[in-house]
Design a protein around this ligand. Structure first.
Ligand SMILES: Cc1cc2nc3c(=O)[nH]c(=O)nc-3n(C[C@H](O)[C@H](O)[C@H](O)COP(=O)(O)OP(=O)(O)OC[C@H]3O[C@@H](n4cnc5c(N)ncnc54)[C@H](O)[C@@H]3O)c2cc1C
Length: 422
């Protein structure tokens, strides 16, 4: 039987590791020769991967070095997005990386199933890692644990040092103490089944399941005729995730659909931030002002899903178009972009507070059920962060998803005392 694994708050863990890393660097790291390049990318995750590809495409004259602590390709992630999330040119640039794409997707609630025709696609960690390795060649250095970095360079544990006019920090989540979050957390298995599953389209939410730990649904991605990624997902107040328990639920769910598992091909799990509020300026001040931060570290994620692929695409385009490519210039542009996005996203944070603070966990499914009865273009604009005033009105009107006196209480962004249960 699998041992119990629990995932905690990625943000807190990441921040602690960074501080410990800095202390070790000051105390122990030997000094060594310095490698110079035009662009130094810290971390080979989603955000920096897309930046590397975009810079190679649009600025091929640049020498790029990427430092990644992982010894091999990323096998953890499947990143998905809707066609409507990004402009046409960005979609075309991503297409070679897609492992699968579908002409629509489905959602299911008790008494309400719906098929939407928005194209959906996914790229996988190995595909992105492969493309980055091919684009950078010797410029991709791994495993390479960055211990210390600023806007002029970085140093590794083994003493190697790197310097560049532009350094970009894409090392994932970092201390988000200034922000308040709820969590979308999930654990999933990519299954090989003993026969074709017959599922044509992704099921982005199958909420016809017992509700636990907040809003619970299953997520299904048919990656091949007999390959299916199934994730048990919860929209919860807390970040703790019992991976083994959710994996068992996945197997149970598959059995309930009449599917027999031949083998488990891959596992993935995540705890993604759903932003409720906080002080974004303080969040930004927690990071060195002259070191450009991208991805989760820069605050570039969707406030309601925690997803970051569409915003990583936009940031890659922004950086490739910046002149001169210097840390100070890029850092300032990114900080301005992120701060503007934070102001723009206030409506989403209010919805999140309504979902997590205004609705009892058991009522959250009704909120999502109602949302998925809205017109498809509105749903597309919601995920693309392009809601119109009319869309916002549509989302808030109609049969209220919660008693109105509770809704009023969550309109303002302020810390809430811990909820007590009688
Ligand atoms: C399993 C999973 C599935 C997800 N699915 C989606 C999805 O479908 N769509 C979507 O938009 N979002 C999705 N997300 C959310 C989000 O897009 C991802 O978390 C995304 O990978 C974040 O991008 P990033 O570049 O900020 O960080 P990451 O992709 O996590 O990259 C950070 C990289 O930095 C490296 N690193 C960290 N510290 C150091 C160090 N000191 N030295 C060297 N290297 C270091 C890490 O090893 C890692 O490779 C998912 C998240 C998870 C966990």
């Amino acid at each position: 039987m699998a041992t119990r694994r629990t995932i905690g708050v990625g943000w807190t863990v990441a921040f602690s590791c960074m501080m410990i890393g800095k202390m070790i660097a000051h105390a122990e790291a030997p000094t060594g020769p310095t490698t110079r390049c035009d662009v130094l990318l810290l971390g080979a995750g989603l955000a920096n991967g897309l930046i590397a590809l975009e810079l190679r495409r649009r600025r091929p004259e640049l020498s790029i070095v990427m430092l990644e602590r992982r010894p091999g390709p990323d096998r953890l992630h499947t990143w998905c997005l809707f066609r409507s999330d990004v402009p046409a040119a960005a979609w075309s640039a991503l297409e070679p990386l897609f492992e699968a794409r579908w002409s629509g997707y489905e959602v299911a609630f008790p008494g309400h199933r719906r098929r939407l025709s928005t194209t959906y696609a996914c790229l996988t960690g190995p595909a992105l890692s492969g493309a980055v390795a091919a684009a950078l060649g010797d410029g991709l250095i791994q495993p390479a644990e960055v211990l210390e970095a600023d806007g002029t360079g970085a140093r590794l544990a083994d003493g190697r040092a790197f310097s560049a006019p532009l350094v970009i920090d894409g090392r994932g989540a970092e201390g988000g103490g200034a922000l308040r979050f709820a969590w979308q957390k999930f654990a999933g298995l990519e299954l090989r089944l003993d026969r074709p599953h017959g599922i044509e389209l992704p099921v982005v939410m199958d909420a016809v399941v017992p509700q636990e730990d907040g809003y619970r649904f299953l997520y299904l991605l048919p990656l091949g005729p007999d390959r299916l990624l199934v994730e048990d997902t919860r929209y919860s107040d807390g970040p703790a995730l019992d991976v083994a328990a959710l994996e068992q639920e996945v197997v149970r769910y598959a059995g309930g659909r009449g599917l027999t598992v031949a083998s488990v091909l891959r596992r993935e799990a995540g705890v993604l931030p759903i932003t409720l509020g906080g002080d974004f300026a303080a969040f930004q001040d927690g990071h060195p002002a002259s070191l450009p931060a991208v991805g989760l570290r820069g605050g570039f994620f969707h406030p309601t899903t925690g997803y970051s692929l569409p915003r990583a695409v936009a940031v890659a385009g922004l950086i490739a178009a910046t002149h001169p490519l210097e840390s100070g210039v890029v850092a300032q542009r990114l900080r301005q972009q992120a701060a503007a996005a934070w102001r723009h996203d206030g409506f989403y944070r209010m919805l999140n507070r309504m979902l997590f603070r205004g609705a009892e966990p058991a009522a959250r499914r009704r909120v999502l059920d109602r949302f998925y009865r809205l017109p498809q273009p509105l749903i597309e604009r919601f995920y693309a962060r392009r809601l119109t005033l009319w869309d916002k009105f549509r989302i808030l009107t109609g049969k209220p998803p919660m008693p109105i006196f509770r809704a009023v209480g969550v309109l303002r962004d302020r810390p809430m005392p811990a909820r007590t249960h009688a």
